[in-house]
Write a protein that binds this ligand. Structure first.
Ligand code: ARG
Length: 456
């Protein structure tokens, strides 16, 4: 009769509900590949310290490779007593190679094993996510490069503020993602720390060569304290925090585009590929992709906050609470990966309407430029701000645009006005005056683009 891997000291049976409650295989089986990789490296290390003969090592590696293949081909058959991916793989290994399989776990614990698997798995995912994030930034940069002619109002408080280029708007979001990319890259050295060889908590009694293991598995450093090595999940927290911030940026971008895609704004049209309809209102085209990007951010933050609560107050080293690291991490990786790809598709296929953006550029967004005009004639800004404000009020009382005021009207507000005030009322010129680094002029956009490209 089959027994649990840890069954020796037990006489009573596990309650069936407890069995299911404890079982993580349904979600941790996605680590099957890294679990096998870790075990192959460990088998090699066991040979180096004489626990396995070269022939045994070879047989064990072949067995492990077969188990790995079974997973890949969808042929792996879980047994009812497989508690998690680690026990499942070991059970299957022993079925294939007999009692020799029982030597694999010498000096190893599921505690150092699972921590190793999680780190290996996350390193692979971070690599993929990094590529997707770069892809998104690249699409944003490409559009910004091509569409610099499009002018639109820039908003503060969702009120029209000053003229900008559409490209400038788009790149403002790209810079948030550029920082997310840097932060993601900075996580890698702290994920790439090898716990294998820490044992259950007190280290490995067979002098296993951990530097060899790190090299085999591609880790950049070793857990220097075995108790820390089995109990640390900060690398997961950091990733969840990273994801929360990245998704917050995603959500703000989505919100802008949702607003800009309303009929009232009409600056952009989402492609059909990323929109959905209404089951009752035939005319509707809803920006569900963007709303999901915005909505996912809450869930990702919840994963982070939830796992922080799991860690808070845990005693040292391994506790089964730590099995609760998997679902929030997997869910976060899945949703962030999908979000990045969706966002890239949305941006790549978005249609922009320059005419609508132009129409939204009312003359009042040049009120700052009007104040700056007097500044250039030597008037202190605090005074010019007030004068420009009075010009806005005058136009408002006449129900006309700022540029429809006459030179006489302007002279009535301040003696330094002259004929050339008409030159103020040019959106392109306003944007092109903003040549200080960081501004929306063509030249400063070039710089933004090259800074972003350098990060890719
Ligand atoms: N499935 C467990 C987890 O994910 C593996 C470690 C179990 N260790 C233990 N001592 N029960 O955390």
């Amino acid at each position: 009769t089959k027994q649990k891997l840890w069954g020796g000291r037990f006489t009573g049976k596990t309650d069936p509900l407890m069995h299911a409650f404890n079982q993580s295989l349904k979600y941790d089986q996605r680590m099957h590949d890294v679990d096998i990789r870790g075990s192959i490296a460990y088998a090699k290390a066991l040979k180096l310290i004489g626990i396995l003969t070269p022939a045994e090592e070879e047989k064990m590696i072949q067995g492990l490779e077969t188990v790995g293949q079974e997973w890949k081909n969808g042929q792996f058959e879980p047994a009812p007593d497989d508690e998690d991916i680690h026990t499942a793989n070991e059970r299957r290994l022993s079925e294939l190679i007999g009692p020799l399989g029982g030597k694999l776990h010498t000096g190893r614990s599921r505690n150092d094993q699972v921590a190793t698997d999680m780190r290996l798995w996350l390193l692979d995912q971070v690599n993929d996510i990094e590529k997707s994030l770069k892809g998104l930034i690249l699409v944003m940069v490409g559009r910004a490069d091509e569409e610099r002619d499009a002018l639109m109002p820039g908003y503060t408080h969702l009120q029209r503020g000053q003229p900008i280029r559409w490209s400038h708007f788009l790149l403002s979001h790209a810079f948030s993602f550029r920082n997310d990319l840097e932060r993601l890259q900075e996580l890698v050295p702290r994920i790439s720390v090898l716990p294998l060889g820490c044992g259950a908590l007190a280290g490995n009694p067979f002098a296993v060569d951990r530097e060899f293991l790190a090299k085999e598995l591609g880790f950049s450093s070793l857990a220097e304290n075995s108790m820390w090595g089995v109990g640390d999940r900060d690398f997961i927290v950091e990733f969840l925090m990273w994801a929360s911030l990245t998704m917050t940026h995603m959500s703000r971008l989505a919100e802008d585009l949702i607003v800009y895609s309303t009929a009232e704004f009409g600056f952009v049209t989402l492609s059909d590929a990323y929109s959905t309809g209404s089951s009752i209102m035939p005319q509707k085209k809803n920006s569900d992709s963007l709303e999901l990007l915005r909505g996912k951010s809450g869930r990702i933050f919840g994963n982070m906050a939830g796992f922080m609560m799991t860690l808070k107050g845990l005693p040292s080293t391994y506790n089964k609470d730590l099995q609760e690291d998997k679902e929030p991490l997997f869910d976060t990786v899945d949703n962030v990966s999908a979000s990045l790809k969706i966002a890239e598709g949305v941006i790549a296929t978005l249609e922009i309407h320059e005419d609508k953006m132009r129409q939204a550029l009312t003359m009042d967004v040049l009120a700052t430029d009007l104040a700056d005009y007097l500044v250039r004639k030597g008037v202190p800004f605090r005074e010019t701000h007030h004068v420009s404000g009075r010009a806005v009020a005058l136009a408002e009382s006449r129900k006309c645009q700022l540029n429809e005021l006459t030179v006489e009207d302007f002279l009535g507000l301040h003696p330094k006005f002259s004929e050339d005030v008409v030159d103020v009322f040019d959106f392109e010129a306003s944007v092109e005056r903003r040549t200080a680094i960081g501004g929306p002029s063509r030249q400063t956009l070039d710089r933004q683009i090259s800074v972003l490209k350098a990060a890719l």
